[in-house]
Write a protein that binds this ligand. Structure first.
Ligand code: BG6
Length: 455
């Protein structure tokens, strides 16, 4: 007999829960995927859901939801939890921390203590940021390890739930034509851009404590980098795949404090401080150059950039190949473009291949940049699942492949730590909203004789 499952959501009436988690659970239920779900506890301070919210949900889900007034910082409130868990002997209990990070510690310690009295199988789910820097990430992991095993911990990086990021692995490891050129001999550089037009609507106070480097590069962009750079695992299981990512992160060259300014640039959009209502040195744009010192990638720069209020919303990985030896186009006096492969993650899920072609105007005329493009939705039809849908299903199924392991999270902090320290002083460069970020970011890449590219 399959065990029943009981979900406890801390912050159960908050934004994340209402806007994301319940709609996703509802969707999975409709697809018949959560047949074992017996109850969903919405634990939260306050009065409960806004009026009408529960009525807007499918009755099948609404009847499983039980609101309990609950303060995660108050040890006594966990008696409620004890009582509820006791009513589900043998069932799996899943704790989802949809909470601001400063409350993680309370939730982990008190939940962990309660669970010591129960034999139920358990899982704990945490949203990023996992810590604020290397030291706090270690503390958080230490705390988790006191009460849970790694097999029970699900650290969510929602980018890994995105199909076009998962497709990087599938594309690389199931096509032979690209494998031979996926290395330093053929690739000139890799760029990972996550550009956003949105500002910080309603999140300014959270964001101001965090900034672009912690918010995006430490997690999402370094995770994409791992998928681009990792070796194929010998076995396709969660541990082997994550082992390969860990090898990549361990091979990333650590930046020395005195080198930071050559490797990283930060910016803040004009008007940020007015929005915040006070002065701030938090960056709303960050870019960083990293090298992976291993056999495959030695000497190939990976440029990572992200920012708010930029010219376009686009998340793209662009792999640029080296110049053709004895370049044909140059011999003809033309201005040839490099070959490129792009994985687009937003706004569409696309794969783009760009290369040079002879136009029909004639032999020895200048080759022209041409493209082949596959859009995942158009190619395969059907609806692309929301990142959270995939991840939520994996949590219920117990598949940890797309979740961040303890060692990954700490290594990723190690990589950005020197930059965080350098940026704790001084001020970011101002950039105009609607631009592509600060001029310093252009200078960083131009110093290497390259430019930022989006396909
Ligand atoms: C989140 C960041 O993790 O990812 C946000 O905290 C960012 O600042 C968001 O806007 C981007 O995610 P997506 O899925 O909208 O590209």
């Amino acid at each position: 007999m399959r065990r029943g499952k009981v979900l406890f959501i801390y912050g159960g009436t908050g934004d994340l829960a209402r806007k994301k988690l319940y709609p996703i659970i509802q969707k999975l239920m409709k697809k018949g995927k959560l047949k074992d779900l017996k109850a969903v506890y919405a634990l939260s301070r306050g009065e409960g859901f806004p009026e009408g919210y529960l009525d807007s949900l499918d009755p099948e889900l609404a009847k499983l939801i039980r609101f309990r007034s609950f303060d995660v910082t108050n040890k006594d409130d966990y008696k409620i939890l004890e009582k509820e868990i006791a009513s589900f002997p043998g069932d799996e209990v899943i704790f989802y921390l949809a909470l601001p990070p400063h409350l993680f510690d309370h939730a982990i310690v008190h939940t962990g203590s309660v669970l010591r009295h129960f034999p139920n199988p358990r899982k704990i789910v945490i949203e990023k940021p996992f810590g604020f820097d290397l030291e706090s990430a270690r503390k958080l992991n230490f705390q988790l390890r006191r009460y849970f095993t790694e097999r029970e911990i699900y650290r969510i990086d929602h980018f890994l739930g995105k199909v076009s990021i998962q497709n990087i692995i599938s594309f690389r490891f199931s096509n032979y034509i690209f494998e031979g050129i996926w290395n330093k001999s053929f690739i000139d550089n890799v760029q990972i851009s996550a550009l956003e037009t949105a500002g910080l609507e309603g999140r300014v106070s959270y964001y101001d404590r965090v900034g672009a480097l912690r918010d995006m590069i430490q997690n999402h962009l370094l995770q994409i980098l791992c998928f681009i750079a990792m070796e194929p695992p010998a076995v396709m299981d969660a541990e082997r795949i994550r082992d390969e990512k860990v090898k990549v992160l361990s091979s990333i060259r650590r930046i020395r404090p005195e080198e930071v300014d050559r490797y990283a640039v930060r910016g803040s959009y004009r008007g940020y401080e007015e929005e915040l209502g006070r002065s701030s040195n938090t960056e709303t744009y960050a870019c960083m150059k990293v090298y992976i010192d291993n056999f495959r990638w030695e000497g190939v720069p990976f440029y990572l950039r992200t920012g708010k209020r930029l010219k376009e919303k686009r998340t793209q990985v662009v792999i640029t190949f080296k110049e053709v030896p004895g370049n044909f186009g140059k011999l003809l006096g033309c201005l040839p473009e490099r070959n490129r492969i792009a994985f687009e993650i937003a706004p569409k899920n696309r794969l783009i291949l760009s290369f040079e072609m002879m136009p029909p105007s004639g032999f020895l005329s200048c080759p022209i940049e041409s493209r082949m493009e596959v859009c995942l939705e158009d190619e395969f039809g059907g609806e692309v699942p929301d990142a959270y849908e995939t991840l939520m299903e994996d949590i219920f199924e117990g598949d940890q492949t797309l979740f961040i392991r303890e060692d990954e999270s700490e290594l990723a902090w190690e990589i950005v730590q020197p930059v965080l320290e350098r940026w704790s002083e001084g001020r970011p460069e101002i950039y105009e909203p609607g631009s592509y970020g600060p001029e310093g970011a252009d200078r960083l890449i131009e110093a290497d004789g390259r430019r930022w590219v989006i396909l």
